[in-house]
Structures are given as C-alpha cells and as structure tokens.
Design a protein around this ligand. Sequence first.
Ligand code: SAH
Ligand code: SF4
Length: 372
Amino acid sequence: MPRTNLLGLDLAALTAYTESLGEKPFRARQLARWIHQRGAGDFDAMSDLAKSLRAKLAEHAEIRAPSVLRDTTSSDGTRKWLLDVGAGNAIETVFIPEDDRGTLCISTQAGCAVNCLFCSTGRQGFNRNLTTAEIVGQLWWAEHALRRTAGLGAEGERVISNVVLMGMGEPLQNYDAVLPALRLMLDDNAYGLSRRRVTLSTSGMVPQIDRLAGDCPVALAVSLHASNDALRDRLVPLNRKYPLAELLGACRRYLRSAPRDFITFEYVMLDGVNDSDARADELIRLVRDVPCKFNLIPFNPFPEAGLKRSSAERIRAFAQRLIDAGIVTTTRKTRGDDIDAACGQLAGEVLDRTGVSERNRGRVVPIASATH
Ligand code: SAH
Ligand code: SF4
C-alpha cells in the first residue's frame, strides 16, 4: 500500500486517518501542529506522541512536498522555487516580500487547459491537476525554508502572511484538491490565515465560484482582461462557456459570503488590444453593479506570445480613467523580473527540455485582428 501523505489531509481527513489507526481525535490536531506549524518532516521529532503511534505513522504515512529543482532569489528579494511534480512536469512557487506582508503565490495545476492567449502556462497545454499534498506542500516547504533562511526556529514568527492562488493553473478546474488545501490554510491548527489573506484567482468558472461561496469563501480575484464578450472570447476562451453577464452575476452572488466587500478584477494590459480609453469606458459601464477594485497587470511578454505590453503612459492613463470613475485601481509592480518570477512566465524552461513548449508552439494565434 502506498504511504498516506499527510500534507494532503485537512483536519477532518486527518482526524479520520488517526481514528483509522485507533487514535483519539486530538491526535490529529497535535499532528497538524507538528507538520504545518513547526515544519516537522518526519515522525521521530514528534516528542509528545507515543512511540507506538510514531512507529505506526512511520510505517504507513509520510510528509512529503514536491522536491526542489531550483531555488532562486531575485535582486528585489523575490524568491522562486521550481518544484518537480514527476513525469517531466515542473511547477513554480513564488514568495514576494513586502514591508507589511509576505505573499506566497502557489500553483494548482501543471499547465492549464484554459489556454488564455497571453499566458505562457496556458500555451504549454494541460498536464495534470496537482494533488492537495502538492498544493499544500508548496506552502509547507516555502514557510519553513524561509524561516530557516531568516534564522527563525520552528517556533519562530510566520514569514508568509498571505497566500494567492495565482501561479500555474486554474484553481477552480481542480476544485476537489484545492478545497481541502484552502481549509488547511485557514485552520488554526495549520496555517491559521484569515480568509481575507487567502486569495483565489480564477479565469471565471461560474458554477465553481458559486460552490466556493458555500464551501469556503476566501478573497476572490477574477481575471477579467476585457470589457466585452467578443474581446474576452479571444483572450480567455472560457468566456465562450461563461460569458461576462453570467460571470458578473456570479461575482455579485459571491459577495454575499465573501470575506471582503469587493471583488478584485485583474486586467492584463496588452498594447493595442484592450488598453484604449474606449475600453476603459466600456469597462466602467460593465462593472457598474459589482463592488470591485481593479488590479492592472503589465503584460509579461514571452517569445511566442506575439503580444506587447502597454506603455507605462497608457497604463497610467487607463488607470486614471477608472479612478476618475470612482473605482479603486492599482497597477501591479513587476517583481522578480530578473528570475522570471512574474505571472504567466512560470516553469517555461523545464518544460522546454521536455519538448512540451515546442509541440505547442503551433497553437499560437495572432491577435492583430482582435476587437479594439
Ligand atoms: N488561472 C487563474 C490563476 C492563475 S493566472 C487565472 O487566470 O486567474 C494568475 C494571473 O496572471 C491571471 O490574472 C492571469 O491572467 C495573469 N497572467 C497570465 N499570463 C500573464 C502574462 N503573460 N502577463 C501578465 N499577467 C499574466
Ligand atoms: Fe490558465 Fe490562468 Fe493562464 Fe488562463 S491565465 S491559461 S486560466 S493559468
């Protein structure tokens, strides 16, 4: 029988698991604290568990995060791990330190099936869903690696204060593995993050947005990128299935249970594609009924994209138009540029070695005729 990877079990599952070993429920809380709070990677260290239980766990269970292929730190402090998830697949996890917080950006799939025109993850195609253990493993690994680097012990202060599911993959297309991962992030016996500090970013899976509202409402970011359906159909192909009216309806419903009273709309700034004043005005009308904030993301170019980043001036003018209409708007700082740690650039190189990017190169569609 394969060992059970405890990183993949939320508190309910861990409780069921310890009970299956003939143990009391409180053992699950003890185990979770050892694993997630103190970063224990083996059972010997768990000094307040009976020797017999430790022996049982050593025989049947493991605590195993994806192994690190590369660990790079940018000149601005951004740190990126390239992690091996088997069969030539690699994923990335990025830590972004700021004055008042430390944000970890984690991946939920190897590749992505949504295939947004401007996203290099999407262009690589879909490889597979990550397991809960692989999703939580990114947080477990990063938190404890960062503490070691900072010279903080197992009892030290937390380094990661915020988690964003904005790495590789569409989290809501891997709902069943993502949900227990979110629960562990929030659980006081594990990471104890508040719902407001965990943000799930989606390209717009309408039914799953509704499910998330009921199961585990965390902060929601929606990748909008366009102000009308014709344009969004081309940029985010999922829009053909869930058009803007339905997506915005789901956003409004989500706000009833959301931990924040606004939705964050992400909008990647593509030169000559979606960045004109006319698009800004259309956007303002579109989101009229949804309390929201905008986060403009300067496009991160990659060779096969055939797209360009909007000029800094254009981004500023576009932002100002939204601000003048009363919408709080920020522009994402490009961080970790020197280590390719920005969104949409993740794990390109390793996949190149496997030939996956090569095979998909033929899928690149020129955007020249997109609605503008
Ligand atoms: N699949 C989810 C989460 C991962 S992508 C989603 O699409 O929301 C995280 C963010 O990075 C999304 O807003 C996405 O549109 C953006 N992104 C993808 N490729 C990008 C690129 N090349 N430049 C800038 N942002 C990009
Ligand atoms: Fe997938 Fe998000 Fe990239 Fe679109 S932007 S292809 S949904 S990871």
